[in-house]
Design a protein around this ligand. Structure first.
Ligand SMILES: *Cc1c(COP(=O)(O)O)cnc(C)c1O
Ligand code: SF4
Length: 355
């Protein structure tokens, strides 16, 4: 057994816990939060067979490791919300690799939204007026099988190590008033690193808002710990956090907790979802998602058509079906719970409304 030990990394104390002392230490959870989400990440499911066994399901001929450059990754906190014995669980289907991922489908390409053509500096995309998107890291806590950035060349193109080119670009463009931290998932960075990033940005006077797009509050809610909330609460700009949840079952009391901590730190919370065949392409499921999201303090923002990325064809639904579903949402929900139905088009000046 590896011994318990304490490490210090740029001012952050990490306590590495073994089984023998974890029982004692777990009595003071606040001291452990910093290691907790990292430790949870290390324990994430990485083999489909393991996840299926955890859910009491057999691997069958369709159990597949998927695209080797985008292997399965599922935190246990997320897997815990899946229904045991249900092969069609809407959370499971979002993350379980499938042999169809390796089969080319016409129209499904590696960069469907034209990220490549809006790249302006290392780790910086500038596509929409006034907003610059910083690819702050290539890492995520979960690998969503429908992800439009699953083929993005992160290894050579994120701002994680060297922010200077991205900062220089923002500095040179006074029309950029909003910086969007994206990725990958910006919450995969340590809070200390986020602090360095926001510190550099705070020297740029034309920035008025900071936006963070993240799935961590949903798939690993313990990431929203005290240090992170203290960082967020001290930022010099209004902060918008856009979380990504596609199904009501993705919310539980831990997600509610993460959302309320972020709200207490002053963040405005929105949710963005993708319409996914077999997962949420049903009006009751969508109504429930919008209501559940709002109950957590998160306002529905976008409902996206699937970006037609290589490997994700099994999730696609037609525009006609999407419009029907959206109409049902208008009929059943107050206006502020009806997300904007949009699709991304390479080269378009904003996310296009689906009409
Ligand atoms: C989606 C997106 C944005 C933000 O668009 P909003 O409509 O403001 O949410 C900014 N930059 C890029 C590259 C995007 O893909
Ligand atoms: S968390 Fe977001 S960026 Fe990461 S795999 Fe999922 S959809 Fe893609």
């Amino acid at each position: 057994m590896t011994p318990c030990r304490i490490e210090s990394d740029r001012g952050i104390v990490k306590i590495l816990v073994n089984e023998a002392c974890s029982g004692i230490l777990s009595r003071s959870p606040s001291a452990l939060e910093e290691i907790d989400w990292r430790a949870q990440l290390r324990q994430a499911f990485r083999r489909p067979g393991e996840l299926l066994a955890f859910l009491g399901l057999d691997g069958d001929s369709d159990t597949h490791e998927g695209n080797p450059t985008f292997p399965m990754l599922v935190p246990r906190a997320y897997a815990n919300r899946m229904q045991r014995g249900n092969r069609h669980d809407p959370l499971l289907l979002q993350v379980l690799p499938n042999s169809s991922e390796q089969v080319p489908v016409p129209g499904f390409i590696s960069d469907p939204v034209g990220d490549g053509q809006s790249r302006q500096a290392r780790g910086l995309l500038h596509k929409y007026h006034g907003r610059a998107l910083v690819i702050s890291t290539g890492a995520c806590a979960v690998h969503c099988r429908y992800c439009f950035r699953q083929h993005y060349p992160y290894a050579n193109d994120h701002a994680g190590r060297d922010l200077k080119p991205a900062l220089a670009y923002i500095e040179g463009h006074p029309d950029i008033t909003e910086v969007i931290l994206s990725g990958g998932d910006p919450l995969m960075l340590d809070t200390a690193r986020l602090g360095e990033l926001s510190h550099s940005l705070s020297d740029i006077e034309h920035i008025k808002r900071l936006r963070i797009h993240t799935r961590l509050p949903v798939v690993l809610p313990d990431r929203v710990d005290k240090d992170f909330c203290a960082w967020m609460g001290a930022l010099p700009w209004p902060v918008v956090v856009v979380i990504h949840a596609n199904h009501a079952a993705e919310f539980d009391s831990n997600v509610d907790g993460a959302a309320s901590r972020m709200r207490a730190a002053g963040a405005h919370l929105f949710n963005q979802s993708v319409l996914l065949r077999g997962i949420n392409d049903h009006e009751d499921s969508l109504v429930e998602l919008m209501e559940r999201s709002f109950a957590a303090g998160v306002v529905p923002y976008y409902l996206h058509m699937l970006d037609r990325v290589e490997g994700a064809a099994r999730f696609d639904i037609s525009i006609e079906r999407a419009l029907q579903l959206h109409e049902r949402l208008r009929l059943r929900l107050p206006g502020y719970l009806v997300p904007r139905l949009v699709r991304e088009q390479a080269g378009a000046p904003y996310k296009l409304p689906v009409l």
